[in-house]
Design a protein around this ligand. Structure first.
Ligand SMILES: Cc1cc2nc3c(=O)[nH]c(=O)nc-3n(C[C@H](O)[C@H](O)[C@H](O)COP(=O)(O)O)c2cc1C
Ligand SMILES: Nc1ncnc2c1ncn2[C@@H]1O[C@H](COP(=O)(O)OP(=O)(O)OP(=O)(O)O)[C@@H](O)[C@H]1O
Length: 142
């Protein structure tokens, strides 16, 4: 039984999220997703959709076995509870793989770190980024 963890903000869902979660699920047998708390999303605009509602929507997706809300202060607490074999980072996530590996091993957590692949499109009618969906809403509805 290989347990995989994926994580992210998942504010307004789109097919890029589904692709990432399917990719992560294909790395093992059981996929757990940690949904970032709004207070911890400091590297970009904070999410529009509330924490629990984002968790509920991610948990309803087919590749996901369980969705957890992240911890607000210590991001390693949910990892210690879930005990994954693999952490699947998104293709564009800002985390440094080596730093993360060092922080995990300092906490006594032994797991592999893998990168998922991007879902890209040439089609103009596909919007594969929450930020771009919000930009389009602002452009077209204001
Ligand atoms: C291994 C790991 C565990 C994480 N656990 C949490 C957590 O418990 N709580 C939280 O708010 N954020 C947690 N995060 C951080 C958020 O998921 C982070 O903000 C995320 O990388 C945002 O990515 P995005 O910009 O791709 O949505 C974790 C990140 C990693 C890599
Ligand atoms: N087009 C995509 N292809 C593959 N993975 C994606 C894609 N878009 C998002 N993801 C992955 O989904 C996870 C959560 O991403 P996040 O919630 O930041 O969405 P986003 O659409 O990239 O948001 P934003 O546009 O605000 O940066 C991350 O691991 C990210 O790499």
């Amino acid at each position: 039984m290989t347990r995989v963890v994926a994580q992210g903000t998942f504010d307004i869902l789109h097919p890029g999220h589904v692709h990432y979660l399917q990719d992560a699920a294909d790395m093992g047998d059981e996929l757990h997703v940690i949904v970032a708390r709004s207070v911890n999303v400091t590297h970009k605009e904070p999410p529009v959709v509330p924490d629990e509602q984002r968790r509920e929507m991610v948990g309803a997706l087919k590749p996901v076995d369980e969705a957890h809300l992240g911890h607000s202060e210590d991001i390693f607490i949910p990892i210690e509870r879930i005990e994954p074999d693999i952490i699947a980072l998104g293709y564009d996530q800002h985390h440094d793989d080596e730093q993360l590996e060092a922080a995990l091993s300092a906490r006594g957590i032994d797991c592999d770190i893998c990168r998922a692949s991007p879902l890209e499109t040439e089609a103009a009618d596909r919007v594969l980024s929450t930020g771009r969906i919000i930009d389009r809403i602002l452009d077209e509805r204001s």
